[in-house]
Design a protein around this ligand. Structure first.
Ligand SMILES: Nc1ncnc2c1ncn2[C@@H]1O[C@H](COP(=O)(O)OP(=O)(O)OP(=O)(O)O)[C@@H](O)[C@H]1O
Ligand SMILES: [Mg+2]
Length: 305
């Protein structure tokens, strides 16, 4: 297989692991900077060049498109799709997953449970908007926030109002959610490849915080998700059309709730925690054109929670 990986940085752990896993399996692989791909769109066909040379003959492309280059990166990926190149994560699926609000709407419409979420534009509507959500505590999240920065917990209604007022003053996009206290500061990252959760880890917030992000000092350990969690993670990825996805969920009294579906999930934290050769699983899945084969374990097997 002649494979391209769309990534801005060849040195990133995930990019390096995918290259290594592809070479190990005898595939030809090249890392392409999406911002150095440029394209010709015409009725007689689609063409693309990378740093002065034509790109052609690729069987598959694995997108690793960072949030800062979503628009251009997905345009490049779409051009690959138009040039009949297979991708486990199509451009439209990535765009759906990246837009938190849209993603919540799509998943809830398909019966996937998530924390009740409200979203509004006009300050005059804030009181009613919060009434639609229900009592505090509330979790307020910046749409562009990542790694836990921009996720706030408000205990009182007056605090929710003040934070919302401040964010509006900064022209920030945000959504407000019910706080799921029984999650106890933990979330579950389920790594989906095709029709299987190939690895999962539980991230636990440090004492005194409710955010379990590793960048905020959270800790990770491998877990085996229960059948319901596995099913929800697989369904969420399938609904969005993602062959490779990091599905984050929290454990609530009413079952697993989806927080987010990541279309370019990092490999380092979860390969380290689980010992699973996830890069290998992805390459084998892609080489099979989207039909997963058995995965190999690099070290220990998944430990139970
Ligand atoms: N509604 C909620 N109830 C309880 N805890 C929550 C809720 N939403 C988020 N959390 C906790 O806060 C953490 C960060 O939230 P979230 O994942 O939504 O934002 P983020 O990590 O900053 O953004 P992204 O995942 O898009 O990079 C979660 O991992 C979870 O532990
Ligand atoms: Mg998160």
């Amino acid at each position: 297989m002649k494979l391209a990986i769309l990534s801005r940085n060849t040195k990133l752990y995930s990019t390096r692991r995918l290259v290594e896993a592809a070479r190990d399996r005898g595939h030809s692989v090249r890392v392409l900077d999406p911002l150095r791909c440029y394209m010709r769109i015409a009725v007689d066909g689609f063409a693309m060049h990378h740093q002065g040379k034509p790109l052609s003959g690729y069987h598959a492309v694995i997108p690793r498109i960072g949030a800062s280059v979503t628009r251009y990166g997905t345009a490049v990926l779409r051009q690959f799709e138009l040039m009949r190149c297979y991708t486990p994560n199509p451009s439209d699926s990535i765009l759906k997953a990246r837009d938190k609000l849209r993603c919540h709407q799509i998943l809830a419409a398909e019966g996937i449970a998530l924390p009740a979420t409200v979203f509004g534009d006009n300050p005059d509507d804030t009181s009613d908007l919060l009434a639609m959500l229900g009592p505090t505590p509330h979790v307020i999240k910046l749409n562009e926030g990542t790694q836990g920065a921009g996720v706030m917990l408000t205990e009182k209604l007056s605090a929710s109002r003040s934070v919302i007022e401040a964010l509006r003053g900064l022209y920030a996009n945000f959504l407000v959610q019910e706080f799921v206290a029984e999650a106890k500061g933990a979330d579950l990252r389920c790594f989906v490849v095709g029709d299987r959760v190939v690895a999962a880890m539980k991230r636990q917030a440090p004492k005194g915080d409710f955010r379990s992000n590793l960048h905020r000092g959270g800790s990770a350990k491998a877990v085996t998700p229960n059948p319901r969690e596995t099913e929800v993670a697989l369904r969420a990825a399938r609904i969005l059309g993602l062959g490779v996805a990091g599905v984050d969920l929290i454990r609530s009294n009413r079952g697993p709730l989806i927080l987010e579906v990541n279309a370019s999930p990092g490999l380092e934290g979860i390969e380290t925690a689980s010992g699973v050769d996830i890069a290998g699983s992805i390459i084998e899945y892609v080489a099979n054109g989207g039909h997963r084969t058995g995965s190999r374990r690099r070290t220990a097997s998944i430990r139970a929670a």
